[in-house]
Write a protein of this length. Structure first.
Lengths: 247, 436
């Protein structure tokens, strides 16, 4: 049975991905999340909808090196891991970050440090098993620092550089390293921005792009696809124009 | 978030502060720590003002299945789960709703609160007949169970209680076994109302039955109709072919529905079947949810919106009552695009459930002043024969007429008092109807 590990499994994008995978074939899921109550409700719902899947649930401290590494080793011992998706994330209000350094720390911890702990443990395992796909949800915000969300952006940029390194390390192996860069997605995380009229993609659409990108093995997945070109433009904007923009 | 909301009829509209909780703690917080009068809401598929309030608790995030027993078909799920979700995941395994309304886009909470009925009411009763129990959050934040054995007064008030007793969190109800996703459908042509009612009675054992009626017909052919009977097929498999869904993207500035188009449509619809009896096998989606194929069909009625008038006339006076209503409608010059007639079975124990043994007639009218007068006249007829209107469709009846039709209102109000719902849960409808 195919084994997929999802970290931050209760997030809207992650659960939409799980739904697509569960619909494809019988799969064993190891789901890791902070909110054990929600994880339990969600898992039960999946089992009822897709009776042929298996789900193991795990809750732990996402920043505890020991706990993370021993859990990942434990999970991989049961069945080799085919796909691991990291979807934990936290989006603070940039203005708040500027006055509250604790909030900056929290943002970087959840979006950057925690994924690194998981990724390093998973990379080791995939190196030993000699196959697998490691996918992380980054963000278009990581492509260029902007005044409207640079703490969040910086945490996602760390992931981008990190994944670049992993991809280099595994370039001669059968291990796929995939960085997903969604634009704004309609999830509980972005709920407070919905009124501003910002065009947002649905988690369903994003999950479709992610699962498809993973099955093809694309190194970088922009979703929706248009963001590849939008960000290409933004990244290359000369500073004197960029500085005038309110983005 | 402040939003303008309306029921499915797009009339009336209400500016409302909408809160969307994501877990029980938040619902509790939104319910207890507020002085405002609130109302739970999910899909907004009731037609009139029963899901409207200045402050609504939107239950769309409560969409989990909680438990399913393969042996008995007992399903437990959050109140925000929709019938569409259930059909999607359970039909393929041979399970279907014991009772389903004419659209899949209603939540289980809504189905309970309106105690919805379907084409099988005459043999199976309404949705709550298959409901084992519910979990409900009361006005003081307490979460209690209600069933026929436990807090049964709360159970009888909540089923059909239009969300006025508390917030339904989850429910357990029985699905039924089926072996095919097909329905054997028989359509009988009736040249007038008498013939239609006779055909209904002759086919009272048919599992599903409903009649489409040409409300533009007058005189000899008053009430001419097509009576549609259905049984679950025994052949065929459980796979459901996806049917094409078309969508009405915007509300029509000028409605294409008027007396001329209606006359043409009704004539064609009646005449397209040549034979007196037509038998065919149709998909379950086509049989139960034909209008779901046109997404946002309510927008066809234009910006003013429409009202659906659904009444029931007790069986004893059924023939007279329905005839009188049809006469008034056809003389008024106000046509109803879609008119549906159905036999209902006996009344259940719920205090505000709509069905009673008799005939129910549902008519759609584009909203305008003349329609208002027409409906006031129809109210008099319905009241005269001891009938009543369906709260899930209503946006205009008077509180006197409501009181006359719903004789157990006292008991309902007592339950509201007992379970701390007074001065907590209110809708625009309950205020209009002066429900205490």
């Amino acid at each position: 049975m195919r084994h997929i590990v999802v970290i931050g499994a209760t997030s809207a994008i992650a659960s939409a991905c799980i739904e697509i995978w569960a619909n494809q074939m019988p799969t064993k899921f190891s789901l890791i999340a902070r909110d054990s109550n929600k994880l339990q409700r969600m898992s039960k719902d999946f089992i009822i909808r897709f009776p042929l899947i298996e789900i193991s649930q795990y809750t732990l401290d996402f920043l505890n090196v020991e706990e993370v590494s021993s859990l990942i080793h434990k999970i991989s011992k049961v069945v080799p891991i085919e796909i691991a998706l990291l979807a934990q994330g936290y989006l603070p209000e940039q203005v708040d970050c500027e006055s509250d350094i604790e909030l900056c720390k929290k943002t970087i911890n959840i979006n950057a440090i925690s994924p690194v702990l998981f990724l390093e443990a998973l990379a080791q395992i995939m190196e030993n098993q000699k196959f697998g796909t490691l996918a992380v949800i980054g963000s278009v915000a990581g492509d260029r620092g902007r005044k409207s969300n640079y703490v969040y952006g910086a945490s996602k940029a760390l992931i981008a550089a990190y994944m670049g390194g992993l991809s280099h390390r595994f370039s001669k192996s059968k291990i796929n390293i995939i960085l997903i860069k969604p634009g704004p997605v309609e999830t509980p995380m972005t709920e407070r921005y919905r009124r501003s009229g910002l065009a947002m993609a649905s988690p369903k659409k994003v999950a479709k792009d992610i699962t498809k990108g993973i099955s093809i093995g694309n190194n970088i997945i922009y979703t929706p696809g248009k963001w590849r070109w939008v960000m290409l433009l933004i990244v290359h904007l000369p500073k004197f124009i960029f500085n005038r923009m309110r983005i | 978030m402040i939003k303008t909301i309306s029921g499915w009829g797009l009339y009336p509209k209400q500016k409302s502060i909408v809160k969307t909780p994501i877990n029980n703690d938040q619902i509790k917080d939104f319910t207890v720590n507020t002085r405002e009068l609130i109302l739970p809401r999910a899909m907004g598929r009731s037609y009139g003002d029963s899901s409207l309030s200045e402050h609504v608790i939107q239950m769309n995030k409560f969409r989990y299945f909680i438990n399913f027993d393969q042996n008995t078909g007992l399903l437990e799920c959050d109140s925000g789960v929709t019938i569409e979700q259930i059909v999607k995941y359970f039909l393929i395994r041979g399970w279907f709703l014991s009772v389903t309304p004419g659209t899949q886009y209603v939540s289980i909470g809504g189905a309970i609160a309106s105690d919805v009925h379907g084409k099988n009411h005459h043999v199976s009763g309404s949705f709550s007949n298959y409901l084992l129990d519910i979990k409900i959050l009361l006005g003081d934040g307490q979460i209690v169970n209600a069933s026929r054995d436990e807090n049964n007064d709360l159970f009888f008030a909540t089923c059909g209680g239009m969300g006025l007793t508390g917030i339904i969190l989850s429910a357990r109800f029985y699905l039924k076994r089926i072996s095919s996703s097909l329905i054997s459908q028989t359509t009988l042509k009736a040249k007038n109302l008498d013939e239609a009612l006779e055909l209904f009675e002759e086919n009272i054992l048919s599992h599903y039955s409903v009649a489409w009626l040409d409300c533009m017909a007058t005189g000899e052919s008053l009430g001419r109709s097509l009576i549609i009977l259905g049984e679950h097929a025994t052949n065929g498999d459980l796979y459901e072919k996806k049917s094409k869904i078309i969508s009405i993207p915007i509300t029509m500035p000028i409605s294409p529905i008027n007396n001329i188009t209606m006359r043409i449509f009704n004539e064609l619809h009646y005449q397209k079947q040549f034979r007196l009896t037509d038998k065919r096998v149709v998909s379950l989606q086509n049989f139960f949810y034909p209008l779901d194929k046109i997404k946002n069909w309510n927008r066809l009625y234009g910006t003013r919106g429409f009202v659906q008038y659904q009444c029931v006339i007790p069986k004893f006076y059924g023939r007279k009552g329905i005839k009188k209503i049809l006469e008034i409608v056809s003389n008024s010059g106000q046509g109803s695009f879609l008119t549906v007639l159905k036999v209902l079975g006996p009344e259940n124990e719920n205090y505000l459930s709509f069905p009673m043994e008799g005939y129910t007639l549902a008519l759609d009218f584009t909203w305008n002043i003349q329609v208002q007068k027409l409906l006031d006249n129809l109210d008099k007829v319905v009241s005269h024969f001891g009938g009543r209107l369906y709260l899930a469709k209503d946006s205009r009846m008077s509180h006197n007429f409501f009181k006359e039709g719903y004789k157990r209102l006292d008991q309902f109000e007592k339950v509201r008092e007992k379970y701390n719902a007074v001065n907590k849960f209110e809708s625009i409808q309950s205020r209009r109807l002066k429900i205490k």
